[in-house]
Each structure stands twice: as structure tokens, then as C-alpha cells.
Design a protein around this ligand. Structure first.
Ligand code: NDP
Length: 297
């Protein structure tokens, strides 16, 4: 293997440490405790694990953590009413509605009910527009985590060729906007892209966010390129259990790439760290305080 491993576990620990320092500073200098409210509707087991982890890490950083668990049959208007109360609560600086919501709800309408300044997931249409026009936004956590890792590894990204594979609203599109903001030359590839291997071979930076296990092999990677693997895919093991793999074939890609994120232990841990970072950023913005450096873009 030739590639340097970009250790998301270690980097996310550094981000969380910086968040904790900023929280301590906000408490002592401004008498403020950043507060995050997480709303979970229904019993989805994976969502319950995410929400538990978010709550634990929020408290570990010294922040206020509030959880609202609502039954599956909650009406959309009841959920929007709760969001309205959280919007008006001065102790809450970030609101996250755990997705997916039950089928009877319109997720866009629910997300757009959140005060954009408290939208720490960065999914509100105002934040999407702000990011798309290069203005100060709340940035979605997963692409923010990818960008912080890329900046940490490369310093300047200016002029580099970046290929993002996957155009979802939560990862691919905001990732492309962020890379454009760093002055990369950006290609946003998807399932209809013609000759994807040739497109990926151009890239100095590859971000794979597809959801297909090990789809990107080493012979698509330009020698020395930096590979950020967002994919989280569970595949069966020989012993009947399962293991996690990314969208990149790590074994062959690591022979060619200059640097690569592993799965697990790459992008994954950065997402919650960036949620905490966004909550601190939201608290500072709401109170007209300077934003800490290195926690957002
Ligand atoms: P989506 O399913 O919303 O989007 C997948 C994208 O991949 C689509 O744009 C689709 O193209 C594209 N695609 C699918 N098949 C191909 C193909 N054969 N060739 C090229 N492009 C293809 O996924 P998400 O963006 O939500 O998630 C992507 C991956 O990232 C998943 O594995 C997910 O688990 C993981 N993830 C990890 C997170 C973390 O680390 N914390 C957070 C969020 C996601 P088209 O639009 O044309 O259909």
C-alpha cells in the first residue's frame, strides 16, 4: 500500500476537542451554553442509534442536549408545532430532525419549518441557496467533514480537479458546491455519466458518495490522487456476519492513491463532529459573536 491513510477517527476527535474548548469559552466569556435539540419520530432502530450517539457526544462537548422522541403516528402539524417552539427557545441553537421521517410526512415541509439559523443539518432551502450562491450558510455535516479533512491534508485546494460521484442533496451536491468554493474544477458525476472510469481518472480529488459497495476500483484512480470515501455499505462476510465497506475498493485504490479515507474510520466519525461544530457556529451567529476558526467554511 502506498497511500497515506486520512484518519477520520483521530481528526474528528480533534474537532470535538476544539468544539469543547469553544463551548467552555462561550460559557465563561458570554454566559452561553450551545444547545442542540434532536427530534426523532418513530422507532427506526438505526435512527435510534444515531440519536443516542448524537446526544452522548453533545453532552461530552459540554453542550445542552435535548431529545424529543415522538410516536410514529405523530401528525405533521404536531411536529411543525414542536419545531416552532424550538425555533423560539433561546436555549436551543441547533435543531435536527432525524431523517427519514414516516411516510405520511412531507420531509421538505418539515425541514423548511426549522429556523434557517438553527438548521444545523444545513438542509433548509435557505441554507441550500446560501451555499449555492457562495454566501455564509449552515453547511451539511457530511460534506463539511469531507472538506475539513481535505483542507487539513492539502492546505489549498485551488486549481485541483475534483470529481464527486453521486449527486444527492445531502452529500454530492453540497460537496460539489464546497469544492467549487475552494476553487477546484469540479465535475459532479452520477448514474447517467458517460464513461465514469475516464471521468474519475482525471481527478486529483475523488469524493465517492454513491451507496454501492466497492464500486470505484484502483484502476479508476489517478496515481497520487486523494480519495474521500463517503459510502457506508454493509456486506455479508464468509462467517455469516456482516462488515462495513465504502464505495471505493480500498485494497486496490490504496495502491495508487496519494491519500485515502478508510471505511469505517474515515468520513463517518466526522459527521457528528461537524454537527457539534455547526451548533457552536449557530450559537455564535445567533449572538453576534465571532465564529471559531476551523469549524466551518
Ligand atoms: P443517494 O442514494 O441519495 O445518492 C446516490 C447517488 O449515487 C445518486 O446521485 C446516484 O445517481 C449515484 N449513483 C448510483 N449508482 C451509480 C453508478 N452506478 N454510477 C454513478 N453514480 C451512481 O445516496 P447518499 O448521497 O445519501 O449516500 C451515498 C453513500 O454515502 C451511502 O453509502 C450512504 O450510506 C453514505 N453516507 C454516509 C454518511 C456518513 O458518512 N456519515 C452520511 C450520508 C451518506 P442518480 O442521481 O443518477 O440516481
Amino acid at each position: 500500500m502506498t497511500a497515506q491513510i486520512i484518519d477520520g477517527k483521530a481528526f474528528s476527535a480533534r474537532i470535538r476537542e476544539k468544539v469543547a474548548q469553544e463551548v467552555a469559552r462561550l460559557k465563561s466569556d458570554a454566559g452561553l451554553t450551545p444547545g442542540l435539540a434532536v427530534v426523532l419520530v418513530g422507532e427506526d432502530p438505526a435512527s435510534q442509534v444515531y440519536v443516542r450517539n448524537k446526544g452522548r457526544q453533545t453532552k461530552e462537548a459540554g453542550m445542552l442536549s435535548v431529545e424529543h422522541r415522538l410516536p410514529e403516528n405523530t401528525t405533521q402539524s404536531a411536529l411543525v408545532e414542536l419545531i416552532g417552539r424550538l425555533n423560539g427557545d433561546p436555549d436551543i441553537h441547533g435543531i435536527l430532525v432525524q431523517l427519514p421521517l414516516p411516510d405520511h410526512m412531507d420531509s421538505d415541509a418539515v425541514i423548511n419549518a426549522i429556523d434557517p439559523g438553527k438548521d444545523v443539518d444545513g438542509f433548509h432551502i435557505s441554507n441550500v441557496g446560501l451555499l449555492g450562491t457562495g454566501q455564509k450558510a449552515m453547511v451539511p455535516c457530511t460534506p463539511l467533514g469531507c472538506l475539513l479533512m481535505l483542507r487539513d491534508y492539502h492546505g489549498s485546494l485551488s486549481g485541483l480537479e475534483a470529481v464527486v460521484v453521486g449527486r444527492s442533496n445531502i452529500v454530492g451536491k453540497p460537496m460539489a458546491q464546497l469544492l467549487l468554493g475552494e476553487n477546484c474544477t469540479v465535475t459532479l458525476a452520477h448514474s447517467r455519466t458517460r464513461d465514469l472510469p475516464e471521468v474519475v481518472r482525471r481527478a486529483d480529488i475523488v469524493v465517492a458518495a454513491v451507496g454501492r459497495p466497492q464500486m470505484v476500483p484502483g484502476d479508476w484512480i489517478k496515481p497520487g490522487a486523494t480519495v474521500i470515501d463517503v459510502g457506508i455499505n454493509r456486506v455479508p462476510r464468509d462467517d455469516g456476519k456482516s462488515r462495513l465497506v465504502g464505495d471505493v475498493d480500498f485494497g486496490t485504490a490504496a495502491e495508487v492513491a496519494g491519500a485515502i479515507t478508510p471505511v469505517p474510520g474515515g468520513v463517518g466519525p466526522m459527521t457528528i463532529a461537524c454537527l457539534l461544530a455547526n451548533t457552536v457556529t449557530a450559537c455564535c451567529r445567533a449572538n453576534g459573536l465571532p465564529e471559531p476558526e476551523g469549524l466551518t467554511v
